[in-house]
Design a protein around this ligand. Structure first.
Ligand code: CNA
Length: 245
């Protein structure tokens, strides 16, 4: 039995599957990740990406923050790929109970997935930092001033994307839901994540089910803990693994 046949068999035998993923799930939708060879961290900016995506930088250098953010983090035309659609199909089949994602691109929902726990928020939601008025991504892009900073059309204050920046805490409610789902899962599929960003990566420790599967192009710090490790592109792997269910 090859690796994908093994995964397919475990999917057939499982009824409480949870998927935990990261930026690698969306690279096949042409959104670069952070740590691959062509990832965002390899690009030359005056400060490291962690600095430019930090809360302090957002507050002190909003012009540079939004220049980086709109140029490097926003892909308005991106569409879901085979990985997103395979996971949506698994949920519709009643097998997958939740997707826990570090991604902020909203592509799982675009593919039809319903129970998506966004640990790091979403670029699709944006709020005025003073009055709290909500803005879509499209509106936020249109409301940029001459410095490229989006400003509320009611009070002129900065609009902040609802994404978790470095130095900011995770939404506790989402975190507890993610822990709950992972701790009740019978099969945990982890994919497209380098598993180095905490506390997100630590969530895997809550898994008590039968099989832990890792799908990632590169080696991760948790390969040794997994029952099955597949170092292949995740879109193709998941597409094949959900066939003939
Ligand atoms: P990361 O650290 O960039 O790791 C991505 C991992 O995915 C790497 O180990 C790659 O080898 C692997 N990978 C890339 N493409 C594929 C593929 N097609 N198939 C299988 N594996 C692949 O990203 P993480 O998600 O681990 O890091 C967490 C950060 C990245 C989170 O805070 C995200 O918000 C942030 N991020 C999100 C997006 C997005 O929403 N699409 C894009 C860029 C960064």
């Amino acid at each position: 039995m090859n690796q994908i046949e093994q995964l397919n068999q475990w999917i057939r035998e499982s009824n409480r599957i949870v998927f935990f993923g990261g930026a690698g799930v969306s690279t096949e939708s042409h959104i670069p990740d952070f740590r691959s060879d062509n990832g965002l961290y390899k690009k030359k900016y005056p400060y490291p990406a962690e600095t430019m995506l930090s809360h302090t930088f957002f507050v002190n250098h909003p012009k540079e923050f939004f220049d980086f953010y709109f140029n490097q983090m926003i892909y308005e035309d991106a569409v879901p790929n085979k990985a997103h659609y395979a996971l949506s199909k698994l949920e519709q089949a009643g097998k997958l109970k939740a997707i826990v994602t570090q991604n902020i691109d909203g592509l799982h929902q675009k593919a039809g997935s319903l129970n998506v726990l966004e640990l790091h928020g979403s670029v699709l939601r944006n709020y005025c930092t003073r009055c709290g008025k909500f803005f879509t991504l499209e509106e936020t892009i249109k409301l940029r001033d001459q410095d490229g900073i989006p400003r509320c059309d009611v009070d002129g204050q900065i609009i902040k994307p609802d994404v978790v920046l470095y130095e900011e805490g995770l939404d506790q409610n989402i975190l507890y839901q993610a822990i709950d789902q992972i701790s009740k899962a019978d099969l945990l599929i982890v994919g497209g994540t380098s598993l180095v960003v905490y506390p997100a990566a630590g969530l895997i420790q809550y898994f008590r089910g039968k099989h832990l599967v890792l799908i990632n192009k590169e080696v991760t710090p948790m390969d040794a803990q997994a029952d099955l490790v597949i170092h292949e592109p995740i879109g193709e792997v998941l597409d094949q693994a959900v066939k003939n269910l």
